[in-house]
Design a protein around this ligand. Structure first.
Ligand SMILES: O=P(O)(O)OC[C@H]1O[C@H](OP(=O)(O)OP(=O)(O)O)[C@H](O)[C@@H]1O
Ligand SMILES: O=c1cc[nH]c(=O)[nH]1
Ligand SMILES: [Mg+2]
Length: 209
């Protein structure tokens, strides 16, 4: 069974608290989402394999390290994942991006796909699925299933906030996919929102409600 990593770095926790606060403006929320995603990206990529290369500095020849293999893919789940993806691209600007359009049906809470566009050669690349919220887990499970169907085998999932139910569901459906999150909240309410959570991440990022 894959690992679940809670990133409890003080900067991440401080920024998450500001995002949870309902008085935080859309502008600040969006900025915090981007900054927090950069910090989470640092953790998710901590154990990437490296190659030793020979280079020449202005002073001498040297053996040094660089990230091995093909460029990463970030796979944001629309819409809210876009805000996080910006912050991840700040740290890994050469990463490729696979967009996965999903929304939750308000009645059934099932994930409905409306868009999918991935790099043609994604199957050989480490793909990091990005979505701030892991609530029931339906969206993350559907996104990862779609990517696996497309041939992707090396996957990670990163979110800002999870509910324990979502973590359990995702681990059950995709036990090979490790998870990173800044916090795991207690429960979901009757509408499938994380409690205490931070509300609707898409609406708060884009100011739609
Ligand atoms: O774990 P789940 O129960 O599937 O819930 C999480 C999903 O809900 C939100 O998206 P939403 O459907 O609100 O779409 P949006 O980003 O377009 O607002 C969020 O960004 C996740 O994708
Ligand atoms: O609390 C939640 C649950 C799902 N999606 C959100 O944006 N927030
Ligand atoms: Mg939403």
């Amino acid at each position: 069974m894959s690992q679940v990593t809670v990133v409890n770095h003080p900067l991440v926790q401080h920024k998450l608290t500001r995002m949870r606060d309902k008085t935080t403006s859309t502008k600040t929320f969006r900025a915090l989402m981007r900054e927090t995603a950069t910090l989470l990206c640092y953790e998710v990529t901590r154990d990437l394999p490296m190659d030793k290369v020979e280079i020449e500095t202005p002073v001498a020849k040297a053996s040094a390290y660089e990230i091995a293999g093909k460029k990463l893919v970030f796979a944001p789940i629309l819409r809210a994942g876009l805000g996080m993806c910006e912050g991840m691209l700040d740290l890994v600007p050469s990463a490729r991006v696979a967009h996965i359009g999903l929304y939750r049906d308000h009645e059934t809470l099932e994930a409905i796909e409306y868009y999918f566009k991935a790099p043609e050669d994604i199957s050989g690349r480490l793909t990091i699925v990005v979505d701030p919220m892991l609530a029931t887990g339906h969206s993350a499970i559907a996104a990862i299933s779609r990517l696996k169907h497309y041939g992707v085998t090396n996957l990670r999932f990163v979110c800002l906030l999870a509910a324990q139910a979502g973590v359990d569901a995702l681990r059950e459906a995709h036990p090979d996919v490790p998870i990173w999150t800044a916090a795991i909240d207690e429960k979901l309410n009757e509408h499938g929102y994380i409690v205490p959570g931070l509300g609707d991440a898409g609406d708060r990022t884009f100011g739609t409600r």
